[in-house]
Design a protein around this ligand. Structure first.
Ligand code: ADP
Ligand code: ASP
Ligand code: MG
Length: 422
């Protein structure tokens, strides 16, 4: 008997018919003798619907008081899902009980709309499992130290599931979604994308952080920290397929160095349209300026990604960086109102129609010329590169958003990723 955590995404929970299918699949695993904890997302479109209602009443919710209410609103989608799934399981003849994040509790910090899980008390869940129940826990939400409901950022149910699996030392965490695994790139953009039967944790971490939304980045961080056995697989296979076959399907996240003889140099292409670029023009080139600019941005709890500072000419330089697109207005206001005057900058400009395209691969550690090949391939398509950032196993470029699909397809081809499943 094993302790298994299943996570089902929005599309997998998209209708009562699909929820019934989820229940039948979970029941199959339970009847095979496993203890089951299930973490579902809100039904597809529901979180967007809820946030649109909020936006209608307050187009630009920014204050902590307003963000608190966004979490109050958005978290309800998952509460509906757990109740429905529990009913479907009871209708299947199983004992099932659902819990909201606060009832477990899943404790988080107080960063509304992007809270981090700090601790999970699993006593209640364990007692139910011991009593033979299937336990269903809301994805995406938790409770902070003062008892306020929080949410974990878009796609956060992945993180809830992996965190529950880590806290309970589950034997496996299976992320069921609307594709049958992790692909070389988003198969919706490149139909020739290949499913990977396994991907190293390091590569998955980069792919997720660079925009592949198949797994939320924090779920991968949790998985790495606690070595959670993690697999991404399809919820659209017939629920009654052989359990052993299902358990081996999809993509396994691996933690040991891959011993494949022919390791691909580039394993995947990620892209992200959720960023915006801001530039502070004419800042004095002296110690402390980067800190003054980025320190203020960090204090506003805004993540900064690619950063570029030009060489100085006549003692002045330009300083550019990217931020989440949802923070674009806020960062421009902040820079214009207080940071630029404080550092003596001449002006602040921005562009929120950019995207970041990245190549990822452990093989890049030991190969030279990979970035050059990327730049050549983009130049052949006439795509201008605005910013570049590299690390050991990835190279990212910031380009005009309108060339994103062209760039991803060209790179997928250039690095010979098109083809048959491995
Ligand atoms: P869920 O609702 O199940 O959490 P998501 O929409 O969050 O599903 O994530 C699954 C989607 O991630 C897929 O439908 C696919 O379009 C997208 N995706 C992006 N990059 C990849 C990739 N490299 N491999 C597989 N899917 C990807
Ligand atoms: N329902 C939330 C969202 O749409 C969380 C999730 O789906 O993982 O972002
Ligand atoms: Mg998701």
């Amino acid at each position: 008997m094993a302790l298994i955590v299943h996570k089902y995404g929005g599309t997998s929970m998209g209708s009562t018919e699909r929820i019934r299918n989820v229940a039948k699949r979970v029941a199959k695993w339970w009847r095979a003798g496993h203890q089951m904890v299930v973490v579902p997302s809100a039904m597809s479109g529901e979180t967007n619907r809820l946030l649109a209602l909020a936006k209608d009443l307050m187009p630009d919710a920014r204050s902590p008081e307003a963000l608190r209410e966004l979490d109050m609103i958005a978290s309800t989608g998952e509460q509906v899902s757990v109740g429905l799934l529990s009913l479907a399981l009871q209708a299947e003849g199983l004992q099932a009980v659902s819990y909201a994040g606060w009832q477990v509790p899943i404790k988080t910090d107080s960063a509304y709309t992007k809270a981090r899980i700090s601790a999970i008390d699993d006593a209640r869940v364990r007692a139910d499992l011991a009593a033979g129940k299937v336990v269903i826990v809301t994805g995406f939400q938790g409770i902070d130290g003062d008892g306020h409901i929080t949410t974990l950022g878009r796609g956060g149910s992945d993180t809830s599931a992996v965190a529950v699996a880590a806290a309970m030392k589950a034997d496996e965490c299976l992320i069921y979604t609307d594709v049958d695994g992790v692909y070389t790139t988003d198969p919706r953009i490149v139909p020739e994308a290949r499913r990977l039967s396994s991907i190293s944790f390091e590569e998955m971490l980069e792919m997720a952080s660079l925009g592949s939304k198949v797994l939320q980045i924090r779920s991968v961080e949790f998985a790495g920290k606690y070595r959670v056995p993690l697999r991404v697989l399809s919820s659209f296979t017939p629920w009654d397929i052989d359990l052993d076959e299902e358990a081996k399907s999809g993509t396994l996240i691996t933690y040991e160095e891959d011993d494949k003889m022919e390791q691909a140099v580039v394993s995947g292409i990620a892209f992200n349209r959720d960023e915006a670029k801001v530039t502070v023009l004419g800042v004095p080139d002296r110690p402390g300026i980067a800190y003054q600019i980025l320190g203020a941005v960090a204090e506003a709890n805004i993540d900064v990604d690619v950063i570029i500072q030009n060489v100085s000419n006549d003692g002045k330089t330009d300083f550019s960086f990217t931020v989440p697109r949802s923070d674009y207005g806020r960062v421009l206001d902040l820079l214009k109102a207080s940071v630029a005057p404080a550092v003596g900058a001449s002006s602040v400009i921005g562009d929120n129609r950019i995207c970041k395209v990245s190549i990822v691969g452990i093989g890049m550690k030991s190969h030279v010329g990979v970035a050059a090949k990327m730049f050549r391939s983009l130049s052949e398509e006439g795509i201008n590169i605005q910013m570049i950032s590299t690390s050991e196993i990835k190279t990212s470029v910031v380009i005009d958003e309108k060339y994103m699909e062209l760039a991803v397809r060209a790179l997928h081809r250039a690095f010979e990723l098109d083809g048959q499943p491995t």
